[in-house]
Ligand binder design. Structure first.
Ligand code: HBI
Length: 93
């Protein structure tokens, strides 16, 4: 069973670009074009498949919203923190 993280754990993870929304974390990012947004989505899809952990992805023109939670645990786990960090790195590149 993947351990649920405490609020303190999430604070300590210092995911400064992410917002805690109930039992998930969300990041919204605006890219320079729709194509650029889809390129990021495809890279995140590869990372999600590698991690076997998948964000909810909302695509609105060039604005993306990623939402992470561990469905099987009913909240936030280290898997969400790890993938959030990978998404941050993909967006930064
Ligand atoms: N993605 N966000 C998220 N949360 C999960 O619990 C999850 C997932 N992707 C695949 C997955 N779980 C599998 O391990 C099965 O639990 C469905």
């Amino acid at each position: 069973m993947t351990e649920l993280l405490t609020d303190r754990d999430i604070e300590d993870a210092r995911l400064t670009e992410w917002t805690v929304v109930e039992k998930s974390i969300t990041r919204i990012v605006e890219l320079t074009s729709f194509r650029a947004a889809i390129e990021v989505v495809n890279r995140v899809a590869d990372a999600a498949e590698e991690a076997d952990h998948h964000p909810d992805i909302d695509i609105r023109w060039r604005t993306l919203a990623f939402t992470l939670s561990t469905h099987s645990a009913g909240g936030l786990t280290q898997k969400d923190v790890d993938l959030a960090r990978r998404i941050d790195a993909l967006i930064a590149n």
